[in-house]
Design a protein around this ligand. Structure first.
Ligand SMILES: Cc1cc2nc3c(=O)[nH]c(=O)nc-3n(C[C@H](O)[C@H](O)[C@H](O)COP(=O)(O)OP(=O)(O)OC[C@H]3O[C@@H](n4cnc5c(N)ncnc54)[C@H](O)[C@@H]3O)c2cc1C
Length: 467
């Protein structure tokens, strides 16, 4: 097994062209900081809306090599979080957001078709399964909120037998199927958007971290180690880095991590499971386990139970955590015991920007010249395309549908997370309690009372855990 930060998808996508670094003084109409999905989609929508704009994109490392190029590749709509959205924004605005996120899933596919990007886009739906009695029916709150909002053709509840017909894991019980979802090879998608925006004339810079952003004059000035760029508008799309020191949003994001493995091609196991529809599947844990197949019959499985990063550091154990990978492999063989004697080819991981609401935030900074998006909490692949549209509308000062979605909020309206070191200490204690509780439940035991109580603390203090 190769255990490296960048993982399987980036390797599979093959060698990529390098972009120059930013040197000397540059000037742009709009400058995007961050070459993940949020930044790439923002640049794409800006340039397609206004082809004459001079747009630059700065990436500290290599475009698409952050979480965007190494995630599970689940392209989900936000219906799965509808109850939470309705509680935060009200049913009407929540419906607008969920519908836009559903369109976003289809629009990713349309982009791939239009630009001939072979990102393995497969609109196969998303299945949320119970793997313990404590998870049974955990989707009811969400389905009820959807029914109350008048959604009549929403997700389908599946009996245990119907779930087995989709994927015959011995650990699966009943479930719920959301139709608006797809899977992609995420690195191929990120590189495909990079190539499309480069063709459209966006200027790309790699190895060019923004080390200082000055937003006090008439234009925003961004410094990199070897150059400067001034721009009329700037978009902060540097995801998990916004949780760190010096970020205006460090009190709004916690950094956790997610880690994955992928098997050798096992098409005979996929057939044995009857899992031939390509569905994206996850269990109903708060520390979610998610799994999918690939066109060559591999099974990829990830776990959102990585550690809380001390001081919101994005590297180190946020990317490479052998102990967490052991937990991922235990989950893989628990759900798919027939994989015990199969080879695991790759393991990897990456940071997760976790907001207090577990929903993404799109924010205008007080100057009105800079904008940011972050806090996807492990669910950014589908929504980032829609977020890119919203950020483009804000940059262009268009109060259209995407410029008015309810997740656009002033910075002061965001829920705050505790400062360090309390964030790390508290977050770690809560994560460990949730892990003990969920492990006990999946082993058919009752969790100890202390773990159960600590696991409830986030809800008690107004933080949302799960969807
Ligand atoms: C293992 C794993 C599995 C996941 N699975 C899924 C999934 O299946 N489905 C899903 O929806 N989501 C998933 N996610 C989450 C998803 O990957 C993210 O929500 C999404 O990629 C966020 O995109 P982004 O562009 O906002 O951030 P990123 O992808 O983090 O991109 C930000 C970029 O900014 C760059 N950067 C940072 N600081 C600077 C700076 N100062 N200057 C310039 N550039 C900078 C970084 O190098 C990075 O390339 C997963 C994440 C991980 C780690």
């Amino acid at each position: 097994m190769i255990h490296k930060a960048h993982g399987y998808w980036i390797k599979e996508a093959g060698p990529q062209p390098e972009q120059p670094s930013l040197e000397g003084a540059h000037s742009f109409d709009a400058l995007v900081i961050g070459g993940g999905f949020t930044g790439l989609w923002t640049a794409y929508h800006l340039k397609t809306a206004e082809p004459d704009l001079k747009i630059g994109l700065l990436e500290s490392g290599s475009i698409g090599h952050g979480p965007s190029g190494r995630n599970g590749g689940f392209v989900d709509a936000m219906w799965v979080s509808f109850a939470s959205l309705a509680a935060r924004y009200g049913p009407g605005p929540a419906l607008a957001l969920a519908r836009a996120s559903e369109r976003s899933v289809a629009q990713v596919g349309e982009f791939c078709e239009q630009h001939q990007v072979d990102a393995w886009y497969r609109p196969s739906g998303y299945l949320n399964v119970s793997t313990a009695p404590a998870q049974d029916g955990s989707w009811e709150r969400n389905l009820n909120a959807m029914r109350e909002a008048g959604i009549v053709d929403g997700p389908r509840e599946l009996t245990a037998k119907q779930v087995q017909a989709v994927c015959a894991s011995p650990a699966f019980r009943s479930g719920v199927h959301y139709g608006a979802a797809a899977t992609v090879q995420p690195a191929r998608l990120a590189f495909g958007i990079r190539d499309a925006i480069s063709d459209l004339g966006v200027e790309l810079f790699e190895g060019s971290p923004a080390i200082r952003v000055e937003d006090s004059g008439p234009r925003v000035k961004v410094h990199t180690p070897a150059g400067t760029a001034d721009a009329a508008r700037v978009v902060l799309a540097n995801g998990p880095a916004l949780a760190g020191q010096g970020s205006p949003f460090r009190r709004n994001v916690t950094l956790a991590s997610s880690h994955m493995v992928i098997t050798e091609p096992v098409p005979e196991v996929v057939d044995e499971l009857g899992w031939t529809g390509g569905e994206a599947i996850s269990d109903c844990r708060a520390l979610l386990t998610y799994f999918r197949t690939t066109p060559d019959g591999r099974i990829a499985l990830g776990w959102g139970g990585g550690r809380i990063a001390a001081g919101s550091r994005r590297f180190g154990r946020s990317e490479l955590d052998a102990e967490v990978i052991e937990g991922v492999i235990r989950a893989l063989t628990r759900y798919f015991p027939m994989l015990r004697d199969k080879r695991i080819d790759y393991a990897w991981g990456g940071p997760i920007d976790t907001s207090a609401t577990h929903q993404p935030h799109v924010v205008s900074l007080p100057s009105g010249r800079a904008f940011a998006a972050f806090g996807y909490t492990g669910n950014g692949v589908g929504p980032s395309q829609m977020v890119g549209r919203s950020l483009a509308s804000l940059v262009l000062d268009r109060r259209d549908e995407y410029g008015s979605l309810p997740f656009i909020e002033p910075a002061g309206a965001l829920t705050r997370v505790p400062p360090e070191p309390f964030r790390w200490i508290g977050g770690t204690l809560i994560r460990e309690a949730i892990e003990r509780k969920e492990e006990a439940e999946m082993s058919g035991n009752t969790a100890d009372p202390v773990s159960s109580m600590v696991a409830r603390v986030p809800e008690m203090i107004g933080f949302h855990i799960g969807r």
